[in-house]
Design a protein around this ligand. Structure first.
Ligand SMILES: [Zn+2]
Length: 279
């Protein structure tokens, strides 16, 4: 059995065949956590978890990318409007109510994303401050509800780790650095907090300055969880649209790099996910 700890079957990419996708996921003995990125997709993740019952869970949160209106290709909710993300203000009460549903296993994905950043210095400061403030509010919510956190961090590990160090009152006891892309020093920082590292199909890509093999070799087996980030990051031999079934390619690659059996990765990562998300 496997647990895909980070998928977005709640996104519009699956609107035509979601029942079949979920069915083949569960039929192949894979459980899935659908992760919200804004108010609409968080709500949908919860509704799906309720509808499909055993093996389908939800995480709710506001992704930093949705704090401003920007032109990026991210067709999460409205397939007619693929080039615009809409701006959302974090509504503590709204997310709190959603997060109290028993099928919600985490607050996420939340964090910092400096990839598409404003060019002027003043705008950049405002942009970073808004992300940090919203992240801290959501950490507070996770603390209040005693839920683990799914971190999203893109070219922002230094600031995210800094916030965790500076704000021990809201620093989560349990968390995962989802789809980790960073260097060994940054990886060690997350591990020092006792956090997990989420590994997905991005490890098949070449990213300048990043050595995925080195990171995976270093990672202790009891700190890894696996994920797809579907519909994104489909592994090379899989279909164009990713789905939980393709998690097997990530498992095989970790097993190859670590020189252990696929079964061992399967068993350990499932155990880790159950512990992290209390499922
Ligand atoms: Zn994601």
């Amino acid at each position: 059995m496997l647990i895909d700890t980070h998928a977005h079957l709640n996104f519009s990419a699956y609107k035509d065949d979601i029942d079949e996708v979920i069915k083949r996921t569960l039929d192949n003995n894979i459980w899935v956590i659908n992760v919200g990125s804004q108010s609409t997709t968080s709500k949908r993740a919860v509704e799906m978890a309720e509808k499909y019952g055993q093996g389908v869970f939800a995480a709710v949160g506001l992704h930093p990318m949705h704090l401003e209106e920007r032109k990026v290709d991210i067709s999460e909710v409205d397939p007619q409007n693929v080039f615009k993300t809409r701006a959302e203000e974090f509504d503590y009460g709204y997310y709190k109510e959603l997060a109290q549903n028993p099928k919600v296993v985490a607050i996420g994905e939340i964090g910092l994303d400096y990839y598409y950043k404003p060019k002027t210095k003043i705008k950049l400061e405002v942009f970073k401050k808004k992300q940090k403030d919203t992240f801290l509010q959501q950490l507070k919510l996770a603390k209040e509800l005693n839920l683990p956190v799914i971190f999203h961090s893109r070219v922002a590990h230094k600031d995210l780790i800094g916030l965790l160090k500076d704000n021990p009152a809201v620093r989560p006891d349990k968390a995962v650095a989802h789809g980790f892309v960073g260097n060994l020093a940054e990886l060690k920082e997350y591990l020092s907090f006792g956090y997990y590292i989420g590994v997905n199909g991005i490890i098949f890509k070449k990213i300048e300055g990043i050595d995925f093999e080195e990171n995976i070799k270093y990672l202790p087996l009891d700190r890894i969880v696996v994920e797809t980030d579907a519909p994104y990051l489909s592994p090379p031999r899989a279909g164009e649209r990713n789905e939980p079934l393709f998690i097997k390619y990530v498992v095989e690659e970790i097993a190859r790099i670590k020189g252990v059996s696929r079964e061992e990765i399967e068993e350990k990562t499932t155990q880790n996910a159950m512990e992290l998300f209390s499922i």
